[in-house]
Design a protein around this ligand. Structure first.
Ligand SMILES: [Zn+2]
Length: 253
């Protein structure tokens, strides 16, 4: 008998799928410039645009790389000036240090190292960590341990809330560390949820919990499956879309 197709029941971390396929970089006036190319059959000329994600080049389907580089060189002064401004606007990269901000349930907590503590403790919007300020590894370890405990507790509570509504037996909830999926439903009532979901707003976590619990009835993505999800979360399409487009901003690098 073939093994049950658990992959079919997984909820993929979709935003990673297409990222970085079209990333390029070049030197302009001594500055390393990264950019993304978006090709389109409807486009007739090469356009340059800088948004939150950085420099984007719009190009006709068949435009050569050479032609794109030529346009970037023609506008080198504009590109380098705008990209310098863009870098200055960006938040500093995350480091495990005093004052760093961590997303937990869609809200930011500020990390406060406090070596006099004997365990990690949340105090309002501060997370007090039992580690010295100059030991980023110890800070990371303590915070991760706390995040996982917090995730286990939150996911179990939400599953216990939704299980009777969906009329399923409360499954065993395990944390997963998958890089590619939010959740997986295994046969025999075992649900794996990605611990990183604890960074997300509760409404998005609920969507994943309900999605996986509904698989305990319907081990597929049939219309019947989606009807079960919809009966509990009428706005599930919106939540799924938000998870796809917004979730990356809550994750640690
Ligand atoms: Zn699914």
């Amino acid at each position: 008998m073939p093994a049950p197709d658990t992959a079919q029941l997984s909820l993929p971390l979709e935003h990673t799928a297409t990222a970085d396929n079209n990333r390029h970089c070049l030197l302009l006036g001594g500055q390393r410039i990264e950019y993304t190319i978006r090709r389109s059959a409807r486009r007739h000329s090469i356009t340059l645009m800088i948004d939150e994600q950085g420099l984007r080049v719009g190009a006709p389907q068949r435009a050569s790389q050479q032609r794109i580089v030529a346009v970037l060189n023609t506008h080198a002064a504009w590109v380098t000036r705008k990209m310098t401004e863009w870098h200055a606007r960006r938040p500093a990269p995350f480091t495990w240090s005093a004052g760093a901000q961590l997303w937990v349930l869609g809200k930011t907590l500020t990390l406060i190292p406090d070596a006099t503590q004997d365990s990690t403790r949340r105090h309002g919007d501060h997370l007090l960590l039992p580690a010295p300020a100059n030991n980023s590894q110890a800070l990371a370890r303590a915070a991760m341990e706390w995040l996982r405990l917090c995730a286990q507790e939150w996911f179990e509570q939400r599953a216990a809330h939704f299980a009777p509504i969906l009329k399923v037996k409360m499954p065993l909830i395990r944390l997963s560390n998958a890089r590619t999926r939010w959740g997986t439903c295994h046969p025999h009532g075992r649900v794996h949820l990605n611990w990183r979901l604890i960074h997300m707003p509760p409404s998005l976590i609920d969507y994943v919990v309900v999605h996986e619990l509904a698989h305990l009835h319907e081990p597929n993505h049939s219309p019947r499956f989606w009807r079960r999800v919809e009966a509990v979360l009428p706005d599930h399409i919106e939540r799924r879309k938000t998870l796809r487009t917004d979730s990356h901003r809550f994750l640690l690098p």
